[in-house]
Design a protein around this ligand. Structure first.
Ligand code: PLP
Length: 497
């Protein structure tokens, strides 16, 4: 068949009414109702049209397209098969990948979450007294033990933690912060905006590159409530720069009877120099240096669930807990369970660096990465047709998630060069696999960085490559064995109805 232009190909797509006449489709309609079936068919057709924009499809007849749509529908109609939020394979080498869910949790955490969430739990029930309890109790003592703080609580994320502390302690009062620390964290978290929204007045001191202790001291008035230090966790300044150490700010706070708060951001609980990384302040250090309140994320370097942890002086944390806004920012039992289990690994685990995936991935050494790359390459070589360039290359990774800026993690990747296809097409097709494989492009190759991969991922990557490198794929969108087609986004399951 001669090559068709796009309009001609689009005209080959059968009208929805015609698809609705099919027997299989009718069975689905009887079982799930017409609306859901129609919704899915439209999604599949939309996805197919999108594919046409990116991919050099061989022309299909109307019958073939109809068959393809019904095939995809069969997969889409399996409940939960095509959840919008789903597992992906992260082959980017970026460990705390903000778009890919940041910290992966240790497996056994999920058993605990299942246990406390599939039935009832003592979330707010004191088993000793039989009276009402606090959801914060469950993590309070373990956080105190690990960090050396007097008290602790946890909210939805660190942005919420910073906001809640400022709103509780500095509403209508002044917060002093260095111009060099007015950071923006991916997306919409900006320190000045959070301060303003919290009801506090921001008093900026120093310059972008230098702030001195006397700048803090000179800015103190009767209205000052907090001296705020923000860890510049996602950028580095070089050259003629100066920050005031936390210890000095804390001493100044004591002298003037002011609270000192630190937004640590990444919040490591272990000394990262142990893993060969540059020194990053730990939560323990901040408490030790005299911060009255310290806030940090649960799903950055700590390696737990999304959460914002607040540790510090009991009198202040009691006030924070009593703020009515705390109710809006509170965490649920699933998060609390996951956080408690992860924190227990810090206290009782055999070795946090092997117990916690984030730390384990950071800690991978050169020899291990080389071995893993060889293993992955072998999987791929065995799966794909001969003739492809499949090499092991150096590929830098990063910790990500706005942590440890400028720290390059030396790494290894397996690089695959497509023969006839465009590498962007290959990358796109891999994103449509189940599970989707997220690789990075370098020049005309696609790279799979082993630092962020598990051994179990290798077979999936190999199988997915095999599938997308086959010419047939372009004709039929999958060989019927792997779920490579079907709607991806905003799919609704039967339960929605
Ligand atoms: C990441 C970060 C935040 C925001 O934390 P989330 O948990 O993403 O809400 C705030 N401050 C600093 C310094 C950070 O690094």
């Amino acid at each position: 068949m001669a090559a068709l232009n796009k309009q001609q190909i689009l005209r080959q797509i059968p009208p929805v009414n015609q698809i609705l006449e099919d027997d299989t489709v009718n069975q689905f309609i009887q079982k799930y109702g017409r609306n859901l079936v129609l919704f899915n068919i439209r999604q599949i057709i939309e996805a197919y049209k999108k594919d046409l924009e990116y991919t050099a499809y061989k022309p299909l007849s109307r019958e073939q397209i109809s068959e393809y749509i019904i095939d995809c529908l069969k997969k889409a109609m399996i409940p939960n098969q095509f959840k919008s939020l789903q597992k992906v394979i992260n082959a980017t080498g970026i460990i705390l990948h903000t778009n890919l869910g940041r910290a992966p949790l240790p497996h056994h955490v999920l058993n605990a979450v299942y246990e406390t969430s599939s039935g009832y739990s003592n979330l707010e029930f004191n088993l000793e007294s039989g009276a009402r309890g606090s959801r914060y109790w469950h993590i309070e003592s373990v956080l105190k033990e690990i960090t050396g703080a007097e008290s602790a609580m946890v909210v939805n994320n660190n942005a919420a933690a910073v906001f809640l502390c400022l709103n509780t302690l500095a509403n209508d009062r002044e917060v002093i912060v260095s111009r060099g620390q007015q950071v923006e964290i991916g997306g919409s978290f900006r320190i000045p905006d959070i301060i303003v929204r919290s009801g506090a007045r921001m008093v900026e001191i120093g310059t972008t590159n230098k702030t001195h202790l006397r700048d803090y001291e000179n800015a103190i008035t009767d209205s000052t409530a907090i001296l705020l230090k923000v860890h510049t966790s996602n950028f580095k300044m070089l050259g003629f720069t100066q920050e005031v150490p936390l210890k000095a700010i804390a001493d100044l706070g004591k002298k003037h009877n002011l609270w000192v708060m630190e937004d640590l951001g990444s919040g490591s609980l272990i000394d990262l120099t142990r893993l060969g990384l540059p020194y990053e302040p730990t939560v323990q250090d901040s408490i030790h240096m005299g911060a009255d309140l310290v806030t940090f994320s649960g799903d950055k370097l700590l390696g737990g669930p999304q959460a914002g942890i607040i540790v510090g002086k009991k009198a202040l944390i009691d006030k924070v807990k009593a703020n009515p806004l705390a109710r809006m920012l509170r965490v649920d039992k699933m998060t609390l369970t996951a956080l408690e289990v992860v924190l227990h690994l810090y206290l009782y685990g055999s070795d946090v660096v092997t117990d916690i995936p984030v730390l384990k991935m950071i800690a991978k050494r050169k020899e291990q990465l080389e071995e893993e790359a060889v293993d992955l390459r072998n999987h791929i070589i065995n799966a794909v047709p001969e003739g492809y360039d499949i090499d092991i290359v150096d590929d830098e990774g990063e910790v990500g998630g706005g942590s440890l800026p400028g720290v390059v993690l030396e790494g290894k990747a397996v690089a695959v060069k497509p023969i006839s296809k465009n590498v962007n097409t290959l990358q796109r097709l891999l994103r449509k696999m189940t599970p989707p494989v997220i690789g990075r492009i370098r020049k005309d190759r696609i790279l799979f960085n082993v630092r962020t991969l598990n051994k179990e991922d290798y077979a999936f990557i190999a199988r997915s490559l095999k599938q997308v490198l086959k010419d047939e794929w372009y004709e039929t969108c999958g060989d019927g064995n792997g779920g490579s087609c079907g709607p991806r986004k905003n799919n609704i399951s039967k339960a929605t109805y």
